[in-house]
Design a protein around this ligand. Structure first.
Ligand SMILES: Nc1ncnc2c1ncn2[C@@H]1O[C@H](COP(=O)(O)OP(=O)(O)O)[C@@H](O)[C@H]1O
Ligand SMILES: [Mg+2]
Length: 290
């Protein structure tokens, strides 16, 4: 998840007892350090030694409560395993489900002997141009590396709109579904089919210690679709996280000219999906003060 992501600090985050229990079972004796909480009750903790900085021997445990609107960690594990043959994504150590929720345990991504860390870390705001370029380069590498013809996951605009407007588990009245469909209009013609990351935002891009692209995380929505589905979301995330004016840098680093129509469409589709996810999220999963 990402446009919906809520950073962990400065508010202390209480790690639920079920997550402590799970962490102790998966990595006995490891310190549990919360690193990220999303809007839908999902929590990611780093398991490893204290104090920070993280070590390359650390692992990351994402835990999602069973009634969450987050993509299923088990589905993400399948995508990570498939994608890892072609591109840098975390190595899956464990994934599972119990009565409380689902989880994914991955090895810390290493870059030149250090742990690669998220581009959303505050230090990159001082080097926003460098980070924006790394994010554009990283997205292009991802799109160039993953093969569409053998990818088992498909997520076209049409499928996403159908899911929004026909999915009976979404808490929408018939009239609302019709409104969403009409507001979005028909998807624009495909520019280039690629394997899309699905949530290619600043928090989900890892950089090395000097700000070069290192890897992607959070591929639960990976699937074949128009590349603008990712590009539109990436450019907006960069300007939201680092500041206005950086979109042309991301596009140049990716190697594509601006495309207003597709950018507008895919941002609107993303926003519609996020709105429905928010409606499916129990109030106790939503962080206070938003
Ligand atoms: N294997 C990993 N190596 C390094 N950092 C990771 C790893 N897995 C997760 N992270 C960190 O944890 C954050 C949250 O993980 P993510 O899968 O994006 O959860 P969410 O679905 O809640 O956004 C990421 O933005 C990244 O900073
Ligand atoms: Mg994420």
């Amino acid at each position: 998840m990402s446009s919906a992501l809520v950073g962990i600090g400065p508010t202390p985050v209480e790690v639920p007892p079920v997550v402590h229990t799970l962490a102790a079972r998966l990595r006995s004796g490891a310190a549990v350090v919360p690193v990220w909480r999303n809007e839908y009750g999902g929590l990611t903790v780093r398991l490893g030694s204290i104090p920070a900085p993280p070590r390359t021997t650390s692992s990351y445990l994402k835990w999602v409560p069973d009634d969450s609107a987050c993509p299923d960690p088990l589905a993400e594990a399948d995508r990570l395993v498939w994608a890892s043959s072609f591109t840098r994504v975390p190595h899956v150590l464990d994934a599972g489900r119990d009565a409380h929720g689902s989880w994914l345990l991955t090895a810390a991504v290493e870059a030149d002997g250090d742990v690669a860390t998220s581009a959303v870390e505050p230090r990159w705001r001082a080097y926003a141009e460098r980070a924006a370029i790394a994010i554009g380069v990283g997205l292009r590498r991802f799109h160039d590396a993953l093969p569409t013809d053998t990818c088992p996951f498909v997520r076209t605009a049409r499928m996403r709109v159908d899911a929004l407007t026909t999915d009976e588990t979404a808490p929408l009245a018939h009239a609302e579904r019709a409104t969403i469909s009409a507001a979005l209009g028909d998807p624009p013609p495909v520019d280039r089919l690629v394997v899309c990351h699905g949530d290619a935002t600043v928090p989900n891009t890892l950089l090395d210690q000097v700000g070069r692209f290192a890897a992607h995380v959070d591929v639960g929505d990976l699937g074949v679709g128009d590349r603008w589905s990712d590009i539109a979301v990436t450019t907006r995330s960069v300007t939201r996280r680092y500041g206005a004016g950086l979109e042309p840098l991301v596009l140049a680093a990716y190697g594509v000219a601006p495309d207003r129509e597709r950018t507008t469409y895919y941002r609107a589709l993303w926003d519609a999906e996020e709105a429905v996810r928010a409606r499916r999220t129990p109030p106790d999963h939503q962080p206070a003060g938003r």
